[in-house]
Design a protein around this ligand. Structure first.
Ligand code: 5GP
Ligand code: ZN
Length: 112
Protein backbone atom coordinates (compact mmCIF):
# COMPACT_ATOMS: atom_id res chain seq x y z
CA UNK A 1 0.00 0.00 0.00
CA UNK A 2 1.57 3.25 -1.17
CA UNK A 3 0.04 5.51 1.44
CA UNK A 4 0.77 3.29 4.43
CA UNK A 5 3.63 4.28 6.75
CA UNK A 6 4.25 0.69 7.84
CA UNK A 7 4.19 -0.71 4.28
CA UNK A 8 6.86 1.87 3.45
CA UNK A 9 8.98 0.59 6.36
CA UNK A 10 8.44 -3.03 5.23
CA UNK A 11 9.53 -2.01 1.70
CA UNK A 12 12.58 -0.22 3.18
CA UNK A 13 11.36 3.06 1.66
CA UNK A 14 11.29 4.65 5.14
CA UNK A 15 13.89 4.14 7.85
CA UNK A 16 13.22 2.20 11.05
CA UNK A 17 15.23 0.49 13.77
CA UNK A 18 14.48 -3.11 12.92
CA UNK A 19 14.48 -5.58 15.81
CA UNK A 20 13.19 -8.77 14.16
CA UNK A 21 12.33 -10.06 10.71
CA UNK A 22 11.11 -13.27 9.16
CA UNK A 23 9.22 -14.17 5.99
CA UNK A 24 5.86 -12.91 7.28
CA UNK A 25 6.68 -10.32 9.93
CA UNK A 26 8.76 -7.22 10.58
CA UNK A 27 9.32 -5.65 14.01
CA UNK A 28 10.80 -2.21 14.58
CA UNK A 29 11.12 0.31 17.41
CA UNK A 30 8.24 2.71 17.97
CA UNK A 31 9.36 6.29 17.22
CA UNK A 32 7.55 7.58 20.32
CA UNK A 33 8.25 4.85 22.89
CA UNK A 34 5.75 4.54 25.72
CA UNK A 35 7.84 2.00 27.67
CA UNK A 36 11.58 1.35 28.11
CA UNK A 37 11.24 -1.22 25.31
CA UNK A 38 8.51 -0.45 22.77
CA UNK A 39 8.53 -2.41 19.52
CA UNK A 40 5.84 -2.60 16.85
CA UNK A 41 5.30 -5.99 15.22
CA UNK A 42 3.58 -5.90 11.83
CA UNK A 43 2.63 -8.46 9.18
CA UNK A 44 4.54 -7.71 5.98
CA UNK A 45 1.28 -7.95 4.05
CA UNK A 46 -1.03 -4.95 4.47
CA UNK A 47 -4.02 -5.72 6.69
CA UNK A 48 -5.68 -2.45 7.80
CA UNK A 49 -7.06 -3.42 11.19
CA UNK A 50 -8.27 -6.32 13.30
CA UNK A 51 -11.68 -4.85 12.50
CA UNK A 52 -11.11 -5.59 8.79
CA UNK A 53 -9.51 -9.03 9.31
CA UNK A 54 -10.65 -11.91 7.09
CA UNK A 55 -10.22 -15.56 8.12
CA UNK A 56 -7.28 -15.78 5.69
CA UNK A 57 -5.44 -13.09 7.67
CA UNK A 58 -5.34 -15.13 10.87
CA UNK A 59 -2.01 -16.78 10.08
CA UNK A 60 -0.26 -13.44 9.42
CA UNK A 61 -1.57 -11.88 12.63
CA UNK A 62 -0.79 -15.04 14.61
CA UNK A 63 2.76 -14.88 13.29
CA UNK A 64 3.04 -11.41 14.87
CA UNK A 65 2.25 -12.93 18.26
CA UNK A 66 4.84 -15.66 17.69
CA UNK A 67 7.34 -12.95 16.75
CA UNK A 68 6.55 -11.26 20.07
CA UNK A 69 7.53 -14.43 21.84
CA UNK A 70 10.84 -14.54 19.91
CA UNK A 71 11.44 -10.86 20.70
CA UNK A 72 10.71 -11.45 24.39
CA UNK A 73 13.24 -14.26 24.49
CA UNK A 74 15.87 -12.36 22.50
CA UNK A 75 15.56 -9.27 24.69
CA UNK A 76 15.62 -11.14 28.00
CA UNK A 77 11.98 -10.75 28.98
CA UNK A 78 10.90 -14.39 28.72
CA UNK A 79 10.75 -14.74 32.52
CA UNK A 80 9.91 -11.16 33.49
CA UNK A 81 7.11 -10.79 30.97
CA UNK A 82 5.83 -7.99 28.78
CA UNK A 83 2.61 -6.52 27.48
CA UNK A 84 1.16 -6.99 23.97
CA UNK A 85 -1.41 -4.45 22.85
CA UNK A 86 -3.48 -4.19 19.69
CA UNK A 87 -5.45 -0.97 19.25
CA UNK A 88 -8.56 -1.41 17.12
CA UNK A 89 -10.37 1.46 15.41
CA UNK A 90 -10.97 5.06 16.46
CA UNK A 91 -12.18 4.41 19.99
CA UNK A 92 -9.53 1.73 20.44
CA UNK A 93 -6.81 4.30 19.85
CA UNK A 94 -5.65 2.99 16.48
CA UNK A 95 -3.81 5.70 14.53
CA UNK A 96 -1.93 3.68 11.90
CA UNK A 97 -4.19 1.48 9.79
CA UNK A 98 -1.79 -1.41 9.21
CA UNK A 99 -2.31 -4.07 11.89
CA UNK A 100 0.40 -3.97 14.52
CA UNK A 101 1.06 -5.53 17.89
CA UNK A 102 2.71 -3.23 20.44
CA UNK A 103 5.42 -5.06 22.42
CA UNK A 104 5.91 -3.13 25.67
CA UNK A 105 8.47 -4.18 28.24
CA UNK A 106 10.98 -3.06 30.80
CA UNK A 107 8.77 -1.61 33.47
CA UNK A 108 6.19 -3.06 35.82
CA UNK A 109 3.24 -1.65 33.87
CA UNK A 110 5.09 -1.70 30.54
CA UNK A 111 3.61 1.54 29.32
CA UNK A 112 0.04 1.14 30.53
P1 5GP B 1 -1.58 2.88 17.20
O1 5GP B 1 -2.03 4.05 18.00
O2 5GP B 1 -2.06 2.96 15.75
O3 5GP B 1 -1.88 1.56 17.83
O4 5GP B 1 -0.02 2.94 17.21
C1 5GP B 1 0.75 3.54 16.22
C2 5GP B 1 2.15 3.63 16.77
O5 5GP B 1 3.03 3.80 15.69
C3 5GP B 1 2.38 4.78 17.72
O6 5GP B 1 2.86 4.28 18.96
C4 5GP B 1 3.40 5.67 17.00
O7 5GP B 1 4.34 6.23 17.89
C5 5GP B 1 4.04 4.71 16.02
N1 5GP B 1 4.45 5.27 14.75
C6 5GP B 1 3.70 6.06 13.92
N2 5GP B 1 4.36 6.33 12.80
C7 5GP B 1 5.56 5.69 12.90
C8 5GP B 1 6.68 5.59 12.01
O8 5GP B 1 6.73 6.14 10.91
N3 5GP B 1 7.74 4.86 12.47
C9 5GP B 1 7.72 4.21 13.67
N4 5GP B 1 8.81 3.51 14.00
N5 5GP B 1 6.68 4.29 14.53
C10 5GP B 1 5.61 5.01 14.13
ZN1 ZN C 1 0.41 -1.17 5.23
Amino acid sequence: MKDCAFCRIVARESPADIEYEDDAVLAFRDIYPKAPVHVLIVPKRHIPSVMAMEPGDAEAVGRCVLAARALGEAKGFAARGYRLRVNCGPEGGQVVYHVHVHFLAGGRASGA
